[in-house]
Ligand binder design. Sequence first.
Ligand code: MG
Length: 344
Amino acid sequence: MRTEISTLGEFGLIAHLTEGIKLENESSKYGIGDDAAVLSYPSEKQILVTTDLLMEGVHFDLTYVPLKHLGYKSAIVNFSDIYAMNGIPRQITISLALSKRFCVEDIEDFYAGVRLACQQYHVDIVGGDTSSSLTGLAISITCIGEADKDKVVYRSGAKETDLICVSGDLGAAYMGLQLLEREKTVLKGEKDIQPDFSGKEYLLERQLKPEARKDIIEKLAAANIIPSSMMDISDGLSSELLHICKQSNTGCRVYEEHIPIDYQTAVMAEEFNMNLTTCAMNGGEDYELLFTIPIADHEKASQIEGIRFIGHITKPELGYALITRDGKEFELKAQGWNSLKEKE
Ligand SMILES: [Mg+2]
């Protein structure tokens, strides 16, 4: 079924997509339906705002990303940034520019993904806009969240001797992307062959349907731990760690053997003949949390499932060191996943 967007018109389309949306959060005073949404936050809160622009062909490839997944992921990456400030996401606005290639059903799929993410993370959709585009799809999402005034965590707070922690495991989303890219090349022109992803589901899930680490933020709060610095890992561990060190004016020492990597990631790296540590350090799109805690919180933090200690913060003069399994020392460099891709 293909319903042209013009049959609904812009207002009809928005009304259709946002039908049945109920506001869950107290701070969402008024959502869609007027010139602006109205938010009301208590004065003891800090309000966090983050925004993200995703362009077809640059940030996503619709030949292998289903629109529902894209909607889900677009929302999740914004939630992740709010959690990375030790906050709670509460509202989002979604703006889309669509070329003629897209029909009402496509946008329904995209919105279904966004709405699912919002339901699962208790975030309200309070506004948005749609426009036509000459080529492709552009997605702009803004997310608003809150944090207690004294609990916002910045990138700049890391102190010498603090422990460096990472949630979950790294490199799987990047491996999922490699896998999808490979199947796309293999399948070009060969309509009868179905891609074989068995045993690699985790990698695909990490790439196509990532989650934000709400659970870690809640566990840290329950354990009474306020990280000294924090950010989410979207461009790769190396790059994010350098952001923390530079903004905190510190150095760091990270141990290769402690970097958390899933078994499927390791198998895939071998299949692709890629260096596993490089993938985990620079892969990107993991949406895990990277944070530092005072050494005094080590005991409490080690009780929390899903956190790994990968090293510690040092004096700035000591630089950014990666210690390999065989005890060699290298300088950490930010490759980022984009440049990693270009080299291939
Ligand atoms: Mg971030």
